[in-house]
Design a binder for this molecule. Sequence first.
Ligand SMILES: Cc1cc2nc3c(=O)[nH]c(=O)nc-3n(C[C@H](O)[C@H](O)[C@H](O)COP(=O)(O)O)c2cc1C
Length: 376
Amino acid sequence: MHIRYLTAGESHGKALVSIIEGIPNGLRLDTGLIDRELKKRMKGYGRGKRMLIENDKAEILSGTRKGKTLGSPIAILIKNKDYRIEALSAITSPRPGHADLAGVLKFEETDIRNILERASARETASRVATGAIARILLGNFGIEILSHVTAIGGVKAEGEKLSFKGIKGTLEKSPVRCRDLRASRLMCREIDKAKARGDTLGGVFEVVACGVPVGLGSYTQWDKRLDAALARAVMSIPGVKGVEVGSGFCAACEPGSRVHDEILFNGKLKKFSRRTNNAGGIEGGISNGENIVLRAAMKPIATLSKPLASVNIKSKKTTKAAVERADVCVVPSAGVIAEAVLAIEIACAFTEKFGGDSLPEMKRNYEGYIKRLRKR
Ligand SMILES: Cc1cc2nc3c(=O)[nH]c(=O)nc-3n(C[C@H](O)[C@H](O)[C@H](O)COP(=O)(O)O)c2cc1C
């Protein structure tokens, strides 16, 4: 079984819809968990007024019975409260940094509204709901994923390495999902200042998956490489402009002796491990059993309340870019979306390795593999 999914829906359309296929039969779906992930995405200091209007909740339309999956495609619906798509007026001043201009030229459009409705990151709510299902599947195998913000608008968090234990509580306390609460306060202040100037901010987030077994992904074909699949998924989040795995760009400036992770063997646990994790849990396109760590750089939001120069697409006269209701900074939400897309990609690689039409079959395959690893 392969996992694949599609999303549909416009920012101010009636609803967002997604279909995910390849989730095995017999998985108990906790819809509360899906809604909690949707809430997590909506939060974060710097979000705009739209998030005060919406109250995202997932409705499962197919693929389940009595709370468990049937092995058939699962369709998920998230209704939009603000669904004025037919009433909204035309836009003719493209915003730099958005799909607006390239979109109208590509689709032979005269109204930018017809571009931005789908280009909007509202679509990512569907991905978070879909990712929550993948997360539930992975949870059955002890795999957990979380994200945290490491920089916003030039303010950087202290401490590079993430320890999974006890971090969730700290992240809940931070309005920007940053475990360094002092930096978190400074980040909020920077967001306030940017907002007052009519400006926006970007930043950096890290997403970590723990409990991933050795052996997901493969070097045998370019598109089977796990790092490539994960990087693509994170890069597909609107506004993300850079992705690194493990120590990424820093590794390029260090000698090999300081980059590659020395191999250890724990006789008691009968397990290989690493002294460090600069590889970010992936070597040769294969998970190596360490935490999977990716970092992503997000550009500042493209809609500015003090707009940049633009050109009216009809008159060709110089004008100011359109101003839409917008967020000021969404780095914490982008991290939550990255958790979701990572969950989907890891679930894809997981189902490819362990197969099975039902959860019990998948568990048998997984347990047999883990047992064999211990015998080596
Ligand atoms: C959760 C989230 C919310 C966003 N909200 C806005 C917004 O309110 N206004 C805006 O102009 N861009 C917003 N963006 C960013 C744009 O979607 C993004 O800059 C735009 O699609 C162009 O980015 P791209 O070149 O990476 O596609 C948001 C992105 C995310 C991930």
